[in-house]
Write a protein that binds this ligand. Structure first.
Ligand code: T6T
Length: 325
């Protein structure tokens, strides 16, 4: 296949991002499949990925579903696999439901790296054959993040009282681990804090807001809520505001969209735990490139957190971790 023909063919099937790979100019195409496309966390991850792609001369393709849902993500992944990119970076939206769809990529010889979330246990390249085929997992330490959220919320409420976790849905590695870390820390270090039943909102901020009001209606002594991801935190904060409880029901937020600045300044949110999604994207592309060019890569790369509160939110060294819209 001549390069020009291949380019025309790629354009004809509507996948102009592949032209580099066809052009035989040693340009690799790395596909980044986010959890969903319209989330500041993944938009920021894409920026980091693009920065690395530009530096390395790699073509980056960003293709995802509009909602955080394996039923929507799998067809997107199938389409990406059909186009045979050099490597796939993906935030799998479910620990089990993405295993077989991703195995197809692996069986087709496409290296898979998971970013943000993992499949199986997240322990890759162990030889157990059970969803250990991805080459690397690049992400925040989400158990630690949950523990950090617990400490922040316990401190905000004076170490005692009722709190709950506003979470997305079970089966997502990141948010499951945040809840696990949050509960473990409360149990071990804050025995006078009661953690009520988790409320699952399906990544719908409106649902999270209604749930806050319902929990408050049942527990007028509610002291705090941990929003375990961007939409959970945004919704929980809105719910507190709508219930007229700003500053009384305390909020610790995971993730840091631009709206968090207002929420912190208004006293609605005590602490936001910002992840470093740009780093995740950057190291995702660098790792894929390293593998494609014959280097060995770490089986896991941990990126950090920045804890944002009223005292530091205006500091440019902190504010740079606010996500891009
Ligand atoms: O919290 C992030 C991400 O880490 C998680 O896996 C899903 O939700 C977010 O994208 C925020 O909406």
């Amino acid at each position: 296949l001549k390069a020009a023909t291949a380019t025309a063919l790629a354009a004809a099937i509507g996948f102009t991002g592949m032209t580099g790979a066809f052009a035989q100019d040693k340009k690799y195409t790395v596909a980044l499949v986010p959890g969903l496309t319209t989330d500041a966390f993944y938009i920021t991850m894409r920026k980091g990925a693009q920065a690395a792609a530009d530096a390395l001369g790699v073509e980056l393709v960003f293709q995802g579903a509009p909602d955080f849902n394996p039923v929507l993500q799998v067809p997107v992944l199938d389409a990406v696999i059909a186009r045979q990119p050099s490597a796939i970076l993906i935030a799998p939206t479910d620990t089990t439901q993405l295993v077989e769809p991703l195995r197809k990529a692996h069986d087709a010889g496409i290296p898979v790296i998971t970013v943000d979330t993992f499949i199986g246990t997240g322990k890759y390249q162990t030889g157990d054959g059970n969803a250990d085929f991805p080459l690397s997992y690049i992400a925040s330490d989400n158990v630690l993040g949950g523990r950090m959220a617990a400490r922040a919320l316990a401190n905000a409420i004076g170490g005692e009282g009722k709190v709950y976790v506003s979470n997305v849905k079970p089966g997502i590695s990141t948010t499951d681990q945040r809840e696990e870390g949050f509960k473990a820390e409360m149990k071990e270090a804050f025995p006078n804090v009661t953690v009520l039943e988790t409320q699952f909102n399906d990544n719908d901020a409106n649902k999270a807001a209604s749930q806050l009001q319902a929990v408050f209606a049942r527990n007028s002594d509610l002291k705090g809520v941990f929003g375990a991801n961007l939409f959970s935190a945004l919704g929980a904060g809105n719910g507190v505001q709508q219930a007229g409880q700003t500053g009384k029901v305390r909020v610790v937020a995971f993730d840091a969209p631009t709206s968090i600045v207002d929420n912190i300044n208004a006293g609605l949110v005590d602490v936001a735990i910002a992840q470093h999604p740009a780093e995740i994207g950057y190291y995702g592309v660098v790792s894929a490139y390293a593998h494609l060019t014959g280097q060995s890569i770490p089986v896991s790369i941990g990126t950090g957190f920045t804890v944002i509160d009223k005292a530091n939110v205006a500091d440019p060294e902190v504010a740079k971790y606010i996500y891009s819209d």
